[in-house]
Design a binder for this molecule. Structure first.
Ligand code: ZN
Length: 414
């Protein structure tokens, strides 16, 4: 079954331009031609999107899928494994409806491997949803940002009962944890180098893993031919990760100029996830009140450094990926919100759009998504708002196609 998509304007994921009057020929889920006035095979279905701007299906490279609603995040600690697995599916369906045809999902509170089942069920066509690249769990040390038993520290007996195989101490523990992630179907490793904002009893400047533990994680992932990326905020910990050959950085929200230069030279990618800190930088009292009190307080304490770090990132030549990391104020699947943060940070819209398409495809090691060209999977999204000037343009998706099949869109904002 062939389809001819007639575009109003087209961003192809590679060239920083909006091309007029382009047509995309799709056969058996794959793009076979792109250009003006393409010859029409017999029986081709013409999809007239002349009123829309087309982009490749977008990619969110940092998303926590196990949450149904961020307001209920705390309840996830007490939920059944089945409920948590359904959360992964719910989010993957909602992201597809919003034009994000691929997501790099990181486990959050799920102690099991339901995220792999959801990925496989979507790939097999049993359920609709975004393509998924997954890290099953976040590896980290005891008491770290990854150790969610710290929400029960007022009751140590209860906290000690919580089984989190991704939490531990020592290089041997982490070698085993990395192997276990891949054994059960994880695609890459995500670990916590430093503390964070959303947990009550640690901070973003804590070094939460030793050099030996970091080396064990990265070297084991590399020996198995996979990538490791790390949650990190400040220069000392970013530099330690670079020393050990890290592939990617998440957040790096307090990076300074010298460290940014080193990240550029190393060719390491950075997914800055501006969304979780947006309320403090582009100050929004109402949204600040929605965050848990300890989260909001830590943001206030670090407001200046977060703002400075964002400027360094925006003005750098670091290879930036696009990821939303929404766990409060917006739902996990509202990836569009991150785009406005990039534009408000003064980043060129084409840099943001390229990050969310071809750069992210490279980060996810999925060479057949993220661009509109012959041989690529026919993953497309269509937008009626002006994507170059409107920071909220991606909040309203009008058309989505994944592997040649169109899906209903939904841009209800909550
Ligand atoms: Zn995250």
């Amino acid at each position: 079954m062939s389809k001819l998509v007639h575009c109003g304007r087209l961003f192809d994921g590679l060239i920083p331009d909006l091309l007029e009057g382009q047509e995309i020929l799709v056969e058996d889920g794959v793009i076979t031609a792109v250009g003006r006035n393409l010859s029409r095979p017999p029986g081709v279905e013409v999809v007239d999107l002349s009123g829309l701007t087309l982009t490749p299906g977008l990619i969110d490279a940092h998303i926590h899928t196990d949450i149904f609603r961020w307001e209920h995040l705390g309840g996830l600690l007490a939920a059944s494994p089945n409920w948590v697995t359904l959360g992964h599916l719910h989010t993957a369906q909602r992201t597809l409806e919003r034009g994000f045809t691929t997501i790099r999902a990181m486990g959050l509170l799920d102690p099991g491997f339901g995220i792999v089942d959801v990925k496989r069920a979507i790939d097999a066509g049993y359920f609709t949803g975004s393509r998924m690249v997954v890290a099953c769990h976040m590896l980290g040390s005891e008491g770290s940002h990854a150790d969610y038993s710290q929400f029960f520290v007022a009751n140590p007996q209860r906290a000690e009962q919580i089984q989190m195989p991704n939490i531990g101490t020592g290089p041997d523990h982490f070698r085993r944890a990395v192997r276990r992630e891949f054994k059960y179907g994880g695609d890459f490793i995500k670990f916590f180098m430093s503390g964070g904002f959303a947990t009550p009893n640690d901070g973003p400047e804590e070094q939460q893993l030793s050099r030996e533990e970091v080396a064990a994680i990265i070297d084991t992932a590399h020996a198995l031919g996979r990538q490791a990326t790390a949650h990190v905020y400040a220069p000392p910990e970013i530099n330690l990760l670079l020393d050990h050959g890290i592939d990617g950085l998440e957040h790096a929200a307090m990076i300074d100029e010298p460290t940014a230069r080193r990240v550029e030279q190393a060719g390491v990618y950075l997914v800055p996830t501006f969304s979780p800190y947006d309320e403090i930088i582009d100050f929004d009292e109402e949204n600040m009140r929605k965050k848990p009190p300890e989260f909001a307080q830590k943001l206030r304490d670090y407001a200046q450094r977060l703002a400075a770090g964002r400027r360094v990132i925006a003005q750098s030549n670091i290879r930036l990926g696009f990821g939303s990391d929404l766990v409060a104020v917006h739902q996990a699947y509202e990836s569009w919100y991150e785009y406005g943060c990039w534009l408000r940070a003064g980043i060129d819209p084409f840099r943001a759009l390229t990050a969310a398409t071809s750069v992210n495809a490279d980060i996810l090691a999925l060479p057949r998504v993220g661009s509109v060209a012959p041989g690529q999977f026919a993953d497309l999204a269509g937008w009626h708002r002006d994507i170059l000037t409107d920071p909220d343009a991606l909040s309203e998706c009008d058309f989505v196609m994944k592997a040649g099949r169109s899906y209903p869109t939904n841009f209800t904002l909550t």
